[in-house]
Design a protein around this ligand. Structure first.
Ligand SMILES: Nc1ncnc2c1ncn2[C@@H]1O[C@H](COP(=O)(O)OP(=O)(O)OP(=O)(O)O)[C@@H](O)[C@H]1O
Length: 264
């Protein structure tokens, strides 16, 4: 493994060379239902080795943002670049080979765990022996028991399915990993182990990871940077070490309480 950094282009800012995997400039997503956009002029970039948490109240736009990057939906305005190339200029299949997206309720599409793990490697034309080695490596790394390999999603709990979906995403070792609430159905032990593994992938191997997560304690513990979304706007983009976590928790809880009170 390794080599992600070598595959990236570089940008020069004031004489300092920086690599950027992902760049959003003034990205807006209009709502089909209201005048208020679902995402409003979002700009940020992501470098190799960053593990970034997207936090914010329910409905703030976290999932919508991840969907735009992978082109499940297109932005109404602004530009998203992956590896310095607008997402609209990439053939969709090639764009999706630059990244892996794991949605909140992952599906194995009727495949067994074993088949689902091999499928993305088969699509990339990897030789069977190498693919087997790669699959075994990631099954072990995410501590997925061997006896799950013949199971389909109907024979896995939601949390188990989540772990398999993340292993399936990692098996291609993409430069960019997009995760939507990857720990929502995991117990503390598996959640912490997964996030520690992701942190190591970022810091030791240069993978860029963007993760929507409601569980602020874990974002605080494992992420290097935090994006705060509120009502579709980017309310903050901070290194995790400078965040006032107590204040941020209160701010999010306040918005969520007010939203709930509107129904009373
Ligand atoms: N296809 C759609 N059409 C119209 N509105 C949508 C659509 N998808 C999402 N929305 C709205 O966009 C807003 C943002 O939703 P999104 O799922 O991105 O939020 P989120 O921050 O991921 O929420 P949660 O934390 O609850 O998962 C919400 O108000 C939602 O109702």
């Amino acid at each position: 493994m390794g080599g992600w950094l070598d595959r990236l282009d570089s940008l020069e800012f004031g004489g300092i060379i920086l690599s950027v995997v992902l760049q959003l400039e003034q990205v807006t997503l209009d709502s089909p239902l209201s005048a208020q956009p679902l995402l409003n002029q979002i700009s940020f970039s992501l470098a190799p080795g960053e593990f970034v948490g997207i936090v914010g109240p329910s409905g703030a736009g976290k999932t919508s943002l991840l969907r735009l990057i992978n082109r499940l939906q297109d932005a109404s305005h602004g530009q998203i670049q992956v590896q310095h190339r607008p997402v609209s200029a990439w053939p969709v299949v090639s764009l999706r080979q630059q990244m892996a997206l794991v949605l909140q309720e992952p599906k194995l599409l009727g495949m067994t765990v074993q088949e689902a793990m091999h499928y993305p490697l088969k699509l990339r034309g990897m030789a069977a022996t190498e693919a087997r080695k790669r699959v075994n490596h990631w099954l072990e790394r995410l501590q997925i028991p061997r006896d799950w390999q013949g199971r389909t999603e109907l024979e896995l709990s939601v949390g188990q399915r989540q772990r398999v979906a993340i292993a399936r995403a990692l098996v291609t070792e993409p430069p960019l990993l997009l995760l939507d609430e990857p720990t929502s159905a995991l117990d503390v032990g598996h959640g912490e182990r997964l996030l520690a593994c992701l942190q190591e992938l970022a810091t030791a191997q240069g993978m860029a990871i963007l993760m929507a997560n409601h569980q602020l304690d874990w974002v605080e513990q494992f992420c290097s940077r935090v994006l705060y979304l509120q009502q579709g706007k980017l309310g903050g983009d901070w290194p995790a070490t400078v965040v006032n976590w107590h204040h941020l928790r209160e701010a999010i809880a306040d918005v969520e309480r007010r939203a709930a009170a509107e129904w009373d």
